[in-house]
Design a protein around this ligand. Sequence first.
Ligand SMILES: Cc1ncc(C[n+]2csc(CCOP(=O)(O)OP(=O)(O)O)c2C)c(N)n1
Length: 356
Amino acid sequence: MTDGIEMFPLIQRLDEEGNLTGELGVLSAESLKETYTTMRFLRTFDERAWNLQRQGVIGTYAPFKGQEAAQMGAVAALNDSDWLVPTYRDWAASYLRGVPMEHGLFFSKGHPSLGDIPVGKQVLPAQVVIAAQTLHGVGVAWATKLRHENVATVVTFGDGATSQGDFHEAMNFASVLEVPLIFFCENNQWAISVPLAHQMHAETIAQRSVAYGIEGFRVDGNDYVAVANLMHDLTERVRNGEGPFLVEAVTYRLGAHTTADDPGKYRGTEEEDTWGRRDPLLRLEKWLRAQGLLTDEELVTLDAESEQKVEEILAIFREALSMSPLVLFDNVYATMPTNLASQRAQFEARVKEVGA
Ligand SMILES: Cc1ncc(C[n+]2csc(CCOP(=O)(O)OP(=O)(O)O)c2C)c(N)n1
């Protein structure tokens, strides 16, 4: 049997003790401080979103705590004309591409603005159907190739998505068509309650690339320095027509699958503690402190600023909730069919009656 771990050794540049084991590469100490600031804000947002669900303010929410470095690294090298095709947990990646953070809350609330991508931002709305976006990613990348646009597309998905037929069709199609696409798997070890070992008999997801005749990579997904540098290289290479590629970012979902899940039912605290020590924020924090670039006082300021930003997002979100429920009928048909028009009229009467 092929030894996937030997064939695809884990690429790492910053270890969990915060020691550099490789070069900073395309990154600088200043840029890493900025990255850490953004990560800290994203963590604050994610934890607040969890609490908002508990308070009944939003519906089901899929936290990304622990996956910040993977998601931020996945898009680190993209420029304005490149595309991101994300899944439902990718609020950090989408935010960096210009999707306002309140969209994560709209999505949980079923708010009609959940898919309103700002004009000019090359991001698809979050996908819930597991692995479906891998096919959309191929479509986007193929379109850019046919138009000779010379742009890169990154499609993100979980380890569970690689057990779906869509993923394999997408890999095959992308490879045959040689599209400028990077398949970016956030291997967070669990597909809800199903561990990776119960999903596949292979040792790594990266080795799946071999079957499709493309190059694969396995990177420490909690190491922003490694992920960002790898994605920088691969983005350049897909622009040069060398793609597609498969990246397995080995990470961990530190929290529950969603706010409707209890991981205590299927995994132990020992595993969670081990991965807790590999937290992407911790290692970056350790490195920045060792460089004299981060102090306790600055952390207090960063937290206050993060809280302030989250409050601003919440204000926008609350304002958006005052929208009439009748907007559910907008943007479906250019000309509304009569049966829908009659349903709208009934609903409007009911809304008036109950005063919603
Ligand atoms: C086609 C399809 N089948 C089943 C589901 C139900 N479902 C929601 S999340 C999930 C697990 C996905 O795991 P993974 O791809 O590893 O992503 P993660 O949630 O860990 O980020 C499943 C099976 C779904 N959304 N779509």
